[in-house]
Design a protein around this ligand. Structure first.
Ligand SMILES: NC(=O)c1ccc[n+]([C@@H]2O[C@H](COP(=O)([O-])OP(=O)(O)OC[C@H]3O[C@@H](n4cnc5c(N)ncnc54)[C@H](O)[C@@H]3O)[C@@H](O)[C@H]2O)c1
Length: 445
């Protein structure tokens, strides 16, 4: 089948590559000229494991191309996916400017019947708005049956870091669709992805739109819940690593997303929790549960700074080494990364920051070059450091050479923001280690 995907960011690009890999003919469209030039040369502008290889393979196979020209991308496509960004507006709501602008552009470029698929994360009611603005462009009356286009909601559940795998083998595909004929087309489009038995859930459009926010808000809640338990652990002498094992092994609860740490970041959870709070309140429904999730998360991000302040009251000009800048491992994405709170807090206190991240250095340098020292490998940032903060759980940081760490640092203090290390083990090696909720005297906040 032929389709175009408008927006070639984390979601649009991986979606385009995924559809091409399954044998469909795909055109990726983006209005960022440099991005399209890079993609057309077979270079991925983002880091995602395995992506560039599949990008090249499918371009060489003639199933995937990129353009800045939406009309050209749409020319042969039955499906037009919208996968552009939906950042928060000032009031916390999702800014639909890009989604609706693309919808209008699609309407202006219609040369035959098209299925317009909203893949961006959008609040309940947005697909109706897409229908409305397209009708306005085409001079069609609201609510009157028409055969120029249909609008479908098809939220994306991929995780950065395993995005390709998630797209190629989704747990489920959620499709919000009113027209049964279009439902069949969507099932046909996704058939290659669901042959392994994973379901396509067909539902009404509003439910599909809300499902995406419900899923993200629940995962954020799980993280904030375990972080609240970590606070209790610190206050009571319990160890969150034991508590998570004891509770997470209950199949009704499950281990994933039950890691205490310096909070969630990234381009989705923070903005989607905010947008869902806004949606609820606009409907007159108090959203206290999610406000607390946000408040706990904001507090978690401050923990490394609190520990540094406590160890060095009123101190300035410390050297702070940071391992990890990406919001999580296996991505170069630094949007809303917890590490940035530590980094900026240190700079504001007059400390010097030296940072290493395996993939996010280009994005970090674009923002902090000249203010932060960047290392070429993990140990380079440690020399003379007063404290090391581990803020992203990259595998390369998992089993450091502690003797080397100790030798390089001025004072051997580790703030383990992702609970990767055993504080007792480090203590035995003469290294002070502060985890999150490890309940040891040394980490009491
Ligand atoms: N990143 C994730 O992990 C993830 C997961 C699931 C859902 N989502 C949702 O998917 C959507 C996209 O997220 P993303 O992370 O891919 O965003 P992104 O910022 O990485 O990519 C958006 C792309 O759209 C392009 N664009 C913007 N306006 C355009 C226009 N008028 N025409 C053509 N291209 C245009 C931008 O140049 C950019 O390349 C958001 O709604 C997000 O919430 C993201």
């Amino acid at each position: 089948m032929k389709l175009c995907v408008v927006g070639s960011g984390y979601v649009g690009l991986v979606t385009a590559v995924g559809f091409a890999e399954m044998g469909h003919d795909v055109v990726g469209v983006d209005n960022d000229v440099r991005k399209v030039e890079s993609l057309s040369a077979g270079r991925s502008p983002i880091y995602e494991p395995g992506l560039e290889e599949l990008l090249l393979r499918n371009m060489e196979g003639g199933r995937l191309s990129f353009t800045t020209d939406l009309a050209q991308g749409m020319a042969e496509s039955l499906f037009c996916f919208i996968a552009v960004g939906t950042p928060n507006a000032d009031d916390g709501s999702a800014d639909l400017g890009a989604v609706l602008a693309v919808a209008r552009q699609i309407a202006r470029s219609l040369s035959g019947y098209r299925v317009v698929v909203v893949k961006s994360t959008v609040p309940v009611g947005t697909s109706k708005k897409v229908d409305q603005v397209m009708r306005e462009e085409l001079g069609l009356a609201p609510g009157v049956p028409q055969e120029r286009f249909d609008v479908v909601s098809n939220p994306e559940f991929l995780k950065e870091g395993s995005a390709l795998e998630d797209v190629l083998r989704p747990d489920r595909v959620v499709v919000g669709v009113d027209n049964p004929r279009v439902a069949e087309l969507m099932k046909e489009l996704y058939a290659p992805f669901t042959r392994n038995g994973h379901p396509v859930y067909l539902m009404d459009v509003a439910s599909a739109e809300l499902t995406k926010y419900a899923a993200n808000a629940f995962l954020a809640t799980k993280i904030s819940f375990i972080n609240k338990m970590a606070e209790l652990c610190d206050a009571s002498g319990a160890d969150i690593m034991n508590v998570r094992l004891g509770m997470g092994s209950d199949r009704r609860i499950g281990m994933p997303f039950l890691y205490a740490g310096v909070g969630y970041g990234g381009s989705c959870f923070p903005k989607d929790v905010k947008a869902l709070i806004h949606t609820g309140e606009a409907l007159g429904i108090p959203m206290g549960i999610l406000k607390e999730v946000e408040a706990i998360n904001a507090r978690q991000k401050e923990i490394p700074l609190d520990i540094i302040d406590r160890l060095h009251p009123g101190g300035t000009d410390l050297k702070v080494a940071i391992w990890g800048g990406a919001f999580k491992a296996e991505t170069d994405d630094i949007r809303e990364a917890s590490a940035l709170v530590t980094l900026e807090g240190c700079l504001a206190r007059g400390h010097r920051v030296a940072l290493y991240d395996p993939e996010a250095m280009v994005n970090l340098k674009a923002r902090y070059d000249g203010r932060v020292t960047f290392g070429k490998e993990p140990y380079e940032v440690l020399s003379g450091a007063d404290v090391l903060c581990l803020l992203t759980e990259w595998r390369v940081f998992r089993t450091p050479d502690w003797d080397r760490v100790k030798k390089l640092m001025r004072r051997a203090v580790v703030i383990d923001g992702r609970n990767q290390y055993d504080p007792r083990d480090l203590s035995a090696r003469g290294i002070e280690c502060y985890g999150i909720g490890r309940g040891l005297k040394s980490s009491s906040r």
